[in-house]
Design a protein. Structure first.
Length: 717
């Protein structure tokens, strides 16, 4: 594969390559070595494996070309979280090649093998080890070829920067490019090769700047909205005024007179198409439409009471011991209710898609976290075979769980099929707030008991409106029960708007509730919050993180609680990562405004592939977490979403960002874990606790808007 095609293949796909199927593409590669591998048997850093013993179908492959360049083809996508760098870094280390010689081809269903999607912080812990194994396998094959070519035993050979050489005579050498020239070798990874261990790494564990940074800073990077093809028109969607509204009548007469404009309808989906998006937008406003609007059941103020008062059956998700027995052991009983509203994903890049039918083939460029999931949904919707549906994922400007369901791509495809021309759809910001899923509003009720010793002896935890991720106890509580209720008495979903995963789904709310409650309990028992947590956490891995974070922050017990210092802390556990945040805030009691001055994050990610990337993820999590903790909240009346843009839905600003310090626990012998989500889960809890320490006012609902802060201060005991 020549250099200019590689540059295209990285993310900017064009007509030079998109007609090829993967089979045709593989056949066209010519000489070189291709290693196929799958996330089935997962080698760990210690060389052990987890998972099924049988070999599944491959879901990625790498190729070493006759030019010596290494290309990794994977169904994972680059959402801004950095796998285009960390995966390349991983592969380069195992292959012993320069990082700049590795190219990543990601998220193309014709060129890349199947992948379930990029979500859940799973790329590093699940895909990374197998990529390492494939790199080690390729390296072993090349050493074997070199041994024959150089007439040297394999154990006398070493590799550096893609050159195999005789350790006893370094002038005896051959490059990877020379070894692959004229050969076409395809091999499946069927057994565990010898991957590197601690002390052998050249790139793993070293801070590396983002490989896509220059393209993104200069504007060279292509996103779905940047793609242009011949004959393309732009679509603007007629957005209903209310979720659940149905069209009663539609008058298109004014739009029909606009040259080049076309109204397309597929049931409730109505759009105006035009070559120019601004004309399509203007024409959309000329449509005359009437709707049937359903009656509102609740709004953003009454939603929490509605959930609890109309809750159906709860499901027990975790339990141990006996709650009633634990309560009898308690010296103090603490019972509180915690509330959290709907939150938008609000990605910088709105949902976008470009759909093009040509002969019996459909190609869709989409801003998506799940290109293969989208292909599956399209084949079902259209009755087409998978071979005739191709999804290409350029760079994606943020997802956070919101670009999994692919509603915009389905809309674009329906419009393109009816219009019989390529259609590009880029949601407006108002479309984004209406059509995208929200993080669900939820209620958490906690009733707990503390013994005279300061040990938690009883923990009853009830969730309404969301799931249990993050509710699992890492505190040692002998008597506990967790229940989840997500349906009404009539069996209907609690929510009238669409909800879905939002960066560490459910865990943000669960960690806010739990860690707020832990602080309430510590205050009731008159024990320092850090001491109280250490007293009730025995897991040594977690205690190590907790102590490291406290040491970095400089936590010292206060003479009284609240201390007036504005210090807070919160612990969390997500995707097998223990994380602790410490924060310092300043509260203006007159205005209710909160200034976050400093945040320290400590977490155990196991073997850290790219410390620079991991640190950036922490900083991103903390910055994003400022939003849901302080301002972000969707206001609505039934299905009428009131916040439709950033004039009323307030995101964190650069001026809000505190000093952020990151502690990455050294654990190179442990498997790598994902760092894209854990640091965000504690932001609600740590800031609530810090505000209490600063003012003596406890807030039980986030976001902590100035109005809520003032109200809490006015009502404090």
């Amino acid at each position: 594969m020549n250099e200019d095609k590689l540059q295209v293949a990285e993310h900017g796909h064009d007509e030079d390559i998109y007609p090829l199927s993967r089979r045709e593409f593989l056949q066209s590669l010519g000489s070189g070595i291709v290693i196929f591998f799958a996330v089935g048997q997962v080698p760990t850093a210690r060389g052990q494996s987890r998972g099924k013993k049988e070999r599944p179908d491959f879901n990625a492959y790498l190729r070493i070309g006759e030019d010596g360049r290494v290309t990794c083809f994977t169904g994972k996508v680059e959402l801004g979280q950095g796998p285009i760098t960390s995966l390349a870094q991983t592969l380069a280390d195992e292959l012993d090649v320069p990082l700049e010689s590795v190219d990543m081809v990601m998220g193309d269903t014709d060129l890349c093998p199947f992948d379930a999607g990029t979500w859940g912080s799973m790329t590093t812990p699940y895909f990374g080890p197998v990529l390492r194994a494939a790199g080690a396998e390729a390296r072993a094959i090349l050493i074997g070829l070199a041994a024959v070519r150089l007439k040297v035993p394999k154990d006398r050979l070493a590799v550096k920067d893609g050159v195999v050489f005789d350790k006893t005579n370094k002038s005896q050498k051959v490059t990877y490019a020379q070894l692959t020239e004229g050969k076409k070798i395809q091999k499946r990874l069927e057994q565990e090769p010898q991957i590197k261990t601690v002390g052998q790494y050249n790139l793993i564990g070293k801070p590396v700047n983002r490989l896509d940074a220059r393209k993104k800073v200069t504007g060279e990077a292509k996103y779905t909205g940047d793609i242009r093809i011949a004959g393309m028109v732009c679509a603007k969607i007629l957005r209903p005024p209310y979720h659940g509204a149905k069209v009663k009548s539609l008058d298109t007469s004014i739009v029909d007179k606009i040259e080049g404009a076309q109204v397309v309808r597929d049931g409730e989906l109505i759009a105006v198409l035009h070559k120019y998006p601004d004309i399509a937008e203007k024409a959309l406003g000329s449509l005359q439409v009437e709707y049937d609007i359903p009656k509102a059941r609740f709004d953003d103020k009454t939603v929490f009471d509605y959930f609890v008062d109309n809750a159906g059956n709860s499901k027990v998700t975790a339990q141990g011991g006996n709650i009633e027995s634990g309560q009898k052991l308690a010296k103090y009983m603490v019972e509180e209710t915690y509330l959290n509203g709907y939150v938008s994903h609000a990605p910088m890049e709105p949902h976008a898609a470009l759909a093009h039918f040509e002969d019996n083939k459909l190609t869709v460029w989409a801003s998506t976290q799940t290109p293969f999931g989208l292909r599956r949904d399209l084949t079902r919707e259209l009755g087409m075979s998978e071979e005739n549906v191709r999804v290409i994922t350029p760079f994606v400007g943020g997802g956070f769980g919101g670009k999994i369901s692919n509603g915009q791509a389905m809309q674009a495809v329906k419009l393109a099929k009816i219009a019989k021309k390529p259609v590009q759809l880029v949601w407006t910001r108002e479309d984004e707030f209406f059509y995208d899923t929200f993080r669900p509003a939820a209620v958490v009720k906690i009733k707990s008991g503390i013994a005279d010793s300061g040990k938690i002896v009883s923990w009853n935890y009830d969730i309404y409106g969301m799931g249990s991720r993050g509710s699992q106890l890492f505190y040692d509580v002998p008597n506990h029960r967790t229940t989840v209720c997500r349906e009404l008495k009539n069996g209907e979903n609690m929510h009238t708007v669409a909800t879905g995963p939002w960066r560490a789904p459910d865990n943000n709310t669960n960690s806010f509730a739990r860690e707020s409650h832990i602080d309430v309990m510590a205050a009731r028992a008159k024990i320092d919050p850090l001491e109280f947590r250490l007293k009730n956490i025995t897991d040594e891995r977690f205690r190590r993180v907790l102590k490291a974070g406290a040491d970095k922050f400089g936590w010292t017990p206060a003479n009284k609680t609240p201390s007036g210092r504005g210090y807070g802390m919160a612990c969390g556990f997500d995707v097998n990562v223990p994380v602790v945040l410490f924060a310092e805030v300043k509260v203006d009691e007159r205005t209710g405004s909160i200034e976050v001055k400093r945040v320290v994050c400590a977490q155990d990610l196991g073997l850290v592939i790219n410390p620079e990337g991991a640190t950036i993820q922490v900083e991103g999590c903390i910055t994003m977490g400022l939003g849901y903790a302080l301002t972000e909240e969707v206001h609505f009346q039934g299905g009428d979403v009131i916040d439709m843009n950033f004039d009323s839905y307030e995101l964190p600003r650069f001026s809000w960002v505190p000093k952020i310090e990151t502690v990455l626990i050294e654990a190179d012998e442990s498997p790598s874990r994902g760092g894209g989500e854990p640091a965000i889960i504690c932001m609600g809890g740590v800031l609530t606790n810090a505000v209490y320490d600063a003012t003596g006012a406890r807030l039980f609902q986030i976001p902590m808007t100035p109005e809520r802060v003032r109200k809490a201060i006015a009502s404090r005991a």
